[in-house]
Design a protein around this ligand. Structure first.
Ligand SMILES: Cc1cc2nc3c(=O)[nH]c(=O)nc-3n(C[C@H](O)[C@H](O)[C@H](O)COP(=O)(O)O)c2cc1C
Ligand SMILES: CC(C)CC(=O)C(=O)O
Length: 371
């Protein structure tokens, strides 16, 4: 049997690393590089995972925790665990099940999914696949043609999405050397299903979404400011969160603009190479937010224990990025469901072994930071 066909049987996919290995075997090389890669020398990409490796957990004995309750409430909704799926472009690049497969898996566990502006399936289809009880948020990029951004926001509200997430770190895409070397193109049969081809770029600008980098240069608005938060909230009636905040300054700007939540993120190391690990920026943002809004984190979360560490350092919940596409590539919707169950199980174990019965009880006394 060729190595390419050798995805291990489901029962042998036991953690994030197993799904990563499986995906590396099944995905075409350039698609693997697009998903796995980061900007520049990939220092920030590497730092995201490494930061979790340097924190130690403090075990507690005979703490009589019983069955911990992983559920939390966020912006009025119940989440089965403090774990969600980060916005990721083009799930169909990983598997034909696409976003609706991912949504079905998230829905089965009551976990939220943030749908990308560049979803490869219609927002309404994804909403239907998720079922009624799981929260769906729509991530938005700011387009030069404001009607595109605003139209997506209204459509999400009409389709029953619970919130909008404005990505603030991407005036255009970072310099991703793997994609440049591969001359990466999104295959022609995979489209940004929620963008109309004639409204993706300014008059005379390129409309070609095949090259994500070139398209971002022509279609994204590089001089957008924080007023977008209030505008989107007014026109959609939905809470608007800011994703890509890494500093106290931007936290204060997001709060002044009316953001209902903050996602600490360096875009998985895909934008500013040299930015700190997301985990290392978390404390600064949590302090600046002064408990006024929930603070989330994405970047480098590869297990339930990583989620626990972020919670201990002040995050309300975490979002997982690449591993979800790897699970989708390995085994479609059932793969994502299995990955999410494994992450929830690891978080439960960590809560039991550290003596925590509920998520809000997890605090900084549960971890030891590197000296
Ligand atoms: C293939 C891929 C596509 C992504 N697409 C988007 C996107 O459309 N919008 C966005 O805000 N972030 C996007 N991101 C960034 C993720 O939302 C998230 O910040 C990052 O992947 C988290 O890091 P992790 O992959 O280490 O978990 C993408 C990341 C990857 C790997
Ligand atoms: C299509 C891209 C803009 C998606 C993205 O945000 C990314 O690849 O990081």
């Amino acid at each position: 049997m060729s190595e390419a066909a050798a995805v291990p049987p489901r029962a042998r996919l036991l953690d994030c690393a197993d799904f990563t290995d499986a995906a590396r075997r099944v995905l075409p090389r350039d698609v693997w590089d697009f998903i796995a890669g980061g900007a520049g020398r990939e220092r920030t990409l590497a730092a995201n995972e490494a930061a979790f490796g340097s924190v130690r957990l403090r075990p507690r004995g005979l703490s009589a925790v019983g069955e911990p309750d992983t559920a939390i409430r966020v912006l009025g909704d119940r989440w089965g665990a403090p774990l969600g799926i980060a916005p990721l472009a083009y799930h169909e690049l990983a598997h034909a099940d696409g976003e609706s497969g991912t949504a079905e898996a998230a829905g089965a566990l009551g976990l939220p999914l943030v749908v990308s502006t560049f979803a490869s399936q219609p927002l309404e289809r994804i909403r239907a696949a998720a079922g009624t009880s799981t929260p769906l948020w729509l991530q938005l990029y700011c387009f030069r043609d404001q009607r595109v951004t605003d139209g997506l926001a209204r459509r999400a509200a009409d389709a029953g999405y619970q919130a909008l997430v404005v990505t603030v770190d991407t005036p255009y895409m970072g310099r991703r050397l793997r994609d440049l070397r591969n001359d990466f193109r999104v295959p022609a049969h995979i489209r940004p299903a929620n963008l109309e081809p004639d409204r993706q770029a300014p008059p005379g600008g390129a409309t070609d979404t095949d090259s994500p980098s070139a398209h971002s240069r022509s279609a994204f608005c590089p001089d957008q400011d924080w007023t977008v938060v209030g505008r989107l909230r007014r026109l959609s009636g939905l809470p608007v969160l800011a994703k890509g905040v890494m500093t106290a300054q931007d936290t204060r700007a997001a709060l002044s603009a009316g953001a209902a939540g903050i996602v600490v993120s360096n875009h998985g190391g895909r934008q500013l190479d040299g930015a700190p690990a997301a985990l290392d920026a978390l404390g600064e943002v949590v302090t600046a937010a002064e408990g006024r809004v929930p603070v989330f984190l994405d970047g480098g979360v590869r297990g339930g224990a990583d989620a626990f560490v972020a919670l201990a350092l002040g995050a309300t919940a975490v979002f997982v990025g690449r591993p979800v596409l790897y699970a989708l590539a390995a085994d479609g919707a059932p793969g994502v469901r299995r990955l999410l169950s494994l992450l929830c199980g690891e978080l439960t174990d960590t809560m039991v072994f550290t003596g925590h019965r509920t998520v809000p009880s997890i605090d900084a006394t549960a971890v030891e930071m590197p000296r």
